[in-house]
Design a binder for this molecule. Structure first.
Ligand code: TYD
Ligand code: MG
Length: 372
């Protein structure tokens, strides 16, 4: 996610909703660094050291290089970092950190900024690699990590829902390297584990032969990832039908529904439409238009798409299919996972790839014939 690891002396922000797994991930990282002989200071203002220790014990063996420090005052954290010179300093969380020289209560914008500035100095002056935790609420907390994004060297965010087994961490900023996509983790009793085959993990629970489900090869940084796009069109008498999108750009969904309505005569005005990406993944690429349109049409006609079909492509207002970047990467990932038919905008890759047939389409209308 960081394009090659933590850079010495850098300040990294790990953001995410409460309960998503920030402390768990950092504790695991801290334990792993300590197990290799590096010193780690884990400053915790959120939980007591007893709680953190109990959690750490469940996660594995605690090496002696790991110091759990129950402290919210950044001056004390600074002093300990200065004397210990750890390989890694974790501050969990920035909302509980307090700079006694600044005004305002813990968690206020002033405090969060001041504490981060002090920690930045610890990272730069002492060369201590520092990771701070920041809670983000659904509404985007005012004094949350967003105000810190420009101050730190790298920003990682946990995405998705805390009720999901799969958790995604995305790098949204990295001063030292490329913002190289996402890391996918699974949460179980042993903490977070890296998912080796994200596409298989995401498609594992896909229902067989159900209307409204389409497979989309999404591109995340350097790789493609197969995700399931779901739509449910449900008849309504309401004057204003509902449109709900999860993990998708609602504006884009609305535009696509209008195109379906006008270009292929789908009777969407009398239907509520719910659209989502399974597994808590976000798919906001224009390339998601085609699988979404197929999913909506499939639900509307109550007819499943062929189970071996994957699709991608942008759809214009005239109902035309537009090429998208990274065609061969998408085709390869879909065929690697056994999808025998891959529908995409023409011209693009055509013919076959790795045993899969590539179906080039030029219009939405042509694409929807796959449902006939
Ligand atoms: P946590 O790391 O405390 O979240 P954050 O610091 O972002 O608020 O994650 C807490 C959740 O993770 C909690 O719901 C319990 C769950 N969890 C597990 O499922 N397995 C584990 O091994 C651990 C440590 C936590
Ligand atoms: Mg926490």
């Amino acid at each position: 996610m960081l394009g090659g690891g933590l850079v010495r002396g850098s300040l990294v922000l790990l953001g995410g909703e409460p309960g998503i797994g920030k402390s768990t991930l950092l504790l695991q990282v801290a334990m792993s660094v300590a197990a290799r002989g590096g010193g780690v200071v884990y400053a915790t203002g959120e939980e007591s050291p007893v709680q953190v220790r109990m959690r750490a014990e469940r996660l594995g063996e605690i090496a002696e290089g790991l110091v759990l420090f129950p402290e919210t005052d950044v001056t004390a954290v600074e002093a300990l970092a200065e004397s210990e010179r750890p390989a890694l300093l974790v501050v969990d969380s920035i909302q509980t950190a307090v700079d006694p020289d600044a005004s305002g209560g813990a968690g206020s914008v002033v405090q969060v900024r001041a504490a981060t500035t002090r920690l930045m100095r610890v990272a730069k002056d002492l060369g201590v690699t520092t990771v701070v935790v920041g809670h983000v609420t659904k509404e985007g907390a005012i004094a949350g990590p967003r105000v810190l994004e420009h101050m730190v060297d790298a920003v990682l965010y946990f995405e998705g829902e805390r009720d999901h087994v799969l958790r995604v961490v995305r790098a949204v900023k990295n001063r030292f390297g490329p913002v190289s996509g996402i890391g996918m983790f699974e949460m179980d009793e042993g903490g977070l584990r890296g998912v080796e085959h994200p596409s298989s993990a995401l498609l594992k629970d896909r229902p067989a032969a159900v209307p409204g489900s389409a497979v989309f090869p999404l591109v995340e940084g350097p790789r493609a990832l197969l995700v399931e796009v779901q739509a449910l069109a449900s008849q309504t008498c309401a004057a204003q039908p509902r449109r709900l999108a999860t993990g998708l750009d609602l504006g884009r969904v609305l535009q696509l529904l209008a195109v379906l309505d006008r270009r292929v005569g789908s009777a969407l005005g009398s239907h509520d439409v719910y659209a989502t990406v399974a597994g808590g993944i976000r798919a906001v690429e224009p390339a998601c238009d085609l699988p979404l349109a197929l999913a909506v049409a499939s639900s509307l006609r109550d007819r499943p798409l062929p189970p071996d079909l994957a699709a991608f492509g942008e759809i214009g207002l005239a109902g035309e299919l537009r090429p998208v970047p990274r065609t061969s990467l998408r085709v390869d990932e879909a065929s690697r996972l056994g999808f025998a038919r891959i529908m995409c905008p023409a011209p693009g890759a055509s013919g076959s790839s790795g045993g899969a047939d590539v179906i080039p389409v030029t219009t939405l209308e042509e694409a929807l014939r796959v449902l006939d």
